[in-house]
Write a protein that binds this ligand. Structure first.
Ligand code: HEC
Ligand code: HEC
Ligand code: HEC
Ligand code: HEC
Length: 306
């Protein structure tokens, strides 16, 4: 009996120690980045006091948007033009300086995950970048982050609109018009209603879980079993990813390979089309508050999707 208790207690202590160790490692990560930022800032400003600024988790929260993003805990120089030539995570946001277009989306109001998705609450590199297992909104970086612009800028799906700021998305949209995807797929944003293939209109607003539950990853090369990887590989070779079961022993079980054409796309074109399909958003799901919609001439009259 005593043996069991001793065994139980020591087991508990080991787990506790491990927990404390993991906790320390993770807090050390962001603390280190923030301390380094203040040291750099002290140099840039010539004010040594700044190096002693208190280290704490930073958060951007806006009650209308109801997101709490802690990315600036590490990306502390994101809105500081003086940090342009510093390495990540200290550097200034691209296209922010000199009233660049990113500065039109004030960070203190927009936060980060409205464009970058991912887990805004997390404060470790592993939980906020790359592929994060079981996360329903995977982090988006260049160029996939352009799939978020259409949450607000609905006009970007109009054929004649061409914004260099969203160049990859524009390329994907042009390809989708050129290749006639709307002949088979319903795409509300293009005004097409074709019933031959799954509707794409809300593709970008599906959760990872909703997507992965109904898609077969058996023929996907990458180990990352997430939506954007499936889409990308499917564009490069639809019949490889959806081969059907033409050789099933029981004729009743036989299905044909997909009829989606193999367009012989380059990798770059497959990325652009992936960004495009992920930009097809469901306004109901995104639920962007009215005050976040742009008041620019090109956006006029685009509330019809809401
Ligand atoms: C623990 C500190 C830390 C936090 C928290 C953090 N980052 Fe980073 N970030 C880094 C570091 C370090 C790099 C550069 C090294 C790398 O890419 O892993 C980086 C790189 C990036 C990059 C460029 C490279 C890439 O992986 O795409 C983007 C975009 C980015 N971060 C966005 C975000 C967003 C958005 C958040 C909040 C959801 C966030 N980061 C939270 C430390 C952090
Ligand atoms: C309006 C949308 C938007 C918002 C809001 C936004 N970003 Fe970005 N971010 C982008 C885009 C687009 C890019 C890619 C820019 C490029 O490649 O020129 C990017 C790139 C980055 C990079 C990578 C830079 C590099 O050199 O690769 C980092 C880091 C980053 N963002 C962090 C953040 C953080 C932290 C926040 C919040 C404080 C944030 N972003 C808010 C759209 C946004
Ligand atoms: C949450 C909504 C939202 C998202 C997401 C968003 N924007 Fe914006 N964008 C705005 C608002 C609001 C403005 C400011 C317009 C105004 O002054 O009324 C703006 C302004 C702009 C402008 C300046 C337009 C002008 O004529 O002044 C550009 C360019 C732009 N956004 C590009 C982008 C790109 C590219 C992305 C994706 C990386 C993006 N935006 C994501 C809401 C958004
Ligand atoms: C000849 C009809 C046809 C054309 C043209 C076509 N597709 Fe498809 N597509 C399909 C069919 C059928 C499927 C379902 C089977 C599969 O996944 O391959 C599909 C699947 C998809 C999927 C996965 C959808 C889901 O929910 O599983 C995407 C994304 C997609 N197509 C995008 C496109 C794009 C973008 C274009 C234009 C470049 C295009 N398709 C052209 C027939 C077509």
């Amino acid at each position: 009996m005593v043996k069991h208790i001793v065994f139980g207690i020591s087991g508990f202590l080991i787990v506790l120690q491990l927990g404390i160790f993991v906790y320390k490692e993770e807090t050390a990560e962001w603390k280190g980045y923030q301390a380094t930022y203040y040291k750099k800032l002290a140099e840039v400003t010539g004010n040594p006091e700044i190096a002693n600024n208190p280290i704490k988790v930073k958060q951007i929260w806006d009650k209308n948007l109801n997101r709490a993003d802690r990315c600036t805990t590490c990306h502390a120089g994101i809105d500081n033009p003086a940090f342009e030539n510093e390495p990540q995570p200290y550097t200034t946001h691209p296209n922010f300086k000199d009233s660049g277009y990113i500065s039109k989306h004030a960070f203190e109001k927009f936060g980060c995950t409205i464009c970058h998705e991912g887990n805004g609450q997390a404060v470790t590199v592993a939980a906020t970048h790359g592929v994060v297992k079981h996360l329903d909104r995977q982090p988006l970086s260049t160029p996939y982050v352009q799939a978020s612009c259409t949450k607000c800028h609905y006009e970007l799906h109009v054929k004649e609109i061409n914004w260099p700021e969203a160049d990859v998305l524009m390329k994907g949209k042009d390809l989708a018009y050129e290749l006639g995807c709307g002949a088979c797929h319903a795409i509300r944003q293009f005004g097409t209603n074709a019933p031959l293939a799954p509707e794409l209109s809300n593709m970008g607003s599906k959760t990872e879980l909703a997507f992965t539950l109904v898609h077969d990853f058996a023929h996907i090369e990458s180990e990352d079993h997430i939506t954007r990887v499936w889409e990308y590989e499917h564009f490069l070779d639809p019949q490889k990813i959806v081969p059907g079961t033409p050789d099933a022993p029981d004729p009743k079980d036989r299905t044909s390979p997909t009829i989606m054409p193999n367009y012989d796309l380059t990798e770059e074109e497959a990325v652009a089309l992936t960004v495009f399909v992920l930009s097809l958003r469901d306004p109901e799901v995104e639920n962007i508050p009215a005050q976040y919609f742009p008041k620019i001439p090109s956006h006029k009259g685009f509330f019809q999707y809401r």
